[in-house]
Design a protein around this ligand. Structure first.
Ligand code: SAH
Ligand code: SF4
Length: 368
């Protein structure tokens, strides 16, 4: 809360929202020497350490900074799966917004999956976030903070960030892009290791092609034709497949850009051999050849269909390859803690009584 009558010794921003200039201005207004700002900034962004652990900054100053630059997200729960290699956070942002973040650790590296909105307005029928509806956009600071705080709990460097948590990044374009810039310029992530996933917001895809950083784009398809895609992805009625694929081609044609497609494999809905052939035909003519990541559906409470069985997924991948399209079957991380793609959702009031996940929910101290 900001009191308009209060003297301007504190910023109305948060720890990962403040610019370098703002941090420097704050410190100099406290009479700190000029090198302090660089020290604090490097600690937060280069060493990627929590403010509390910047021991080269004296304890009283750290405490003062912590107060002036509060965190934007308060940790409500963490849960872990895959023998601790997958961690999920449920945070609370301003106004009570629920935000979820997933960290996936691998030998020597880690990937953070961030949310860009609390909820999502796109209403994809198979997605738990879509089923829950839209709450609000997240700010760039809230998006960056998810990465920074996931990094604090990862011994491996989180060198990959995927915008595949809750929300549609290109429906919250400005905050998404501001977060991308900060992840690249300040946290030092390579643009290609930042993947923005979209359900097919065509104007956003075209705008992304004009940006200075060549981020990787993932386009969620899920169907080889408009009739089926209209049902699974309501946005397809506004931006049909032909338009989405044209924007994808344009993105790939822009120098240095990489792009792949996502396809949730839904048993008996979009996983027939003929549908693989149809998809391969639609994706022919991509240069370089199109690549599809096949994700077995993570069943969600509000969608009746099951995941495709592994053999059917493998056969689908094989037919795509036969049709000249690259295909990878993606392993799901964190399904038992509802941390997998499409399983994230805001659960005010205790969640879904029909499911009981084998999770250790750890109550954490508030973050701000
Ligand atoms: N809104 C963006 C990014 C967030 S969703 C998008 O839709 O692309 C991230 C990925 O999870 C998307 O590819 C989405 O289609 C996929 N997904 C959603 N629900 C899923 C589910 N139940 N099972 C498997 N993948 C799912
Ligand atoms: Fe939103 Fe993506 Fe889920 Fe669709 S799949 S409802 S766009 S988060």
């Amino acid at each position: 809360m900001t009191d308009p009558s209060a003297p301007a010794t504190t910023l109305t921003t948060t720890r990962y929202g403040a610019s370098f200039e703002e941090v420097a201005g704050l410190l100099s207004s406290w009479g700190e020497p000029a090198y302090r700002a660089r020290q604090v900034w490097d600690g937060l962004y280069r060493r990627r350490a929590p403010l509390e652990e910047l021991t080269d900054v004296g304890r009283p100053l750290r405490a003062r900074l912590a107060e002036a630059l509060p965190l934007a997200l308060a940790a409500r729960h963490t849960s872990s799966a895959d023998r601790g290699e997958t961690l999920k956070w449920l945070w609370e942002g301003a106004g009570g917004a629920s935000v979820e973040t997933v960290l996936m650790r691998y030998p020597g590296r880690a990937t953070v999956c961030v949310s860009t909105q609390a909820g999502c307005a796109m209403g994809c029928t198979f997605c738990a976030t879509g089923q829950a509806g839209f709450e609000r956009h997240l700010t760039a600071a809230e998006i960056v903070e998810q990465v920074a705080r996931a990094q604090h709990d990862s011994p491996q460097r989180a060198g990959n960030v995927v915008f595949m948590g809750m929300g549609e990044p290109l429906a919250n374009y400005d905050a998404t892009w501001a977060a991308v810039v900060r992840l690249h310029d300040d946290l030092g992530l390579s643009a290609r290791h930042i993947t923005v996933s979209t359900v097919g917001v065509v104007p956003g895809m075209r705008r992304l092609a004009t940006e200075r950083l060549p981020v990787t784009l993932a386009v969620s398809l899920h169907a080889p034709d408009d009739a089926l895609r209209d049902e699974l992805v309501p946005l397809n009625r506004r931006y049909p497949l032909a338009d989405v694929l044209a924007a994808a081609r344009h993105y790939l044609a822009t120098s240095g850009r990489r792009l792949s497609f996502e396809y949730a494999m839904i048993g008996g809905v979009n996983d027939a051999p003929a549908q693989a052939d149809a998809l391969a035909r639609r994706l022919s003519g991509f240069s370089p050849a199109a690549h599809v990541n096949l994700i077995p559906l993570n069943p969600t409470p509000g969608f009746g269909a099951p995941a495709s069985p592994p053999r059917r997924v493998a056969a689908f991948a094989e037919r795509l390859r036969a049709g000249g399209v690259g295909a990878t079957v993606r392993r799901n991380r964190g399904t038992e803690i509802d941390a997998a793609c499409g399983q994230l959702r805001t659960r005010h009031g205790g969640g879904d009584p029909g499911r009981s996940a084998p999770v250790t929910m750890v109550q954490r101290r508030g973050g701000s």
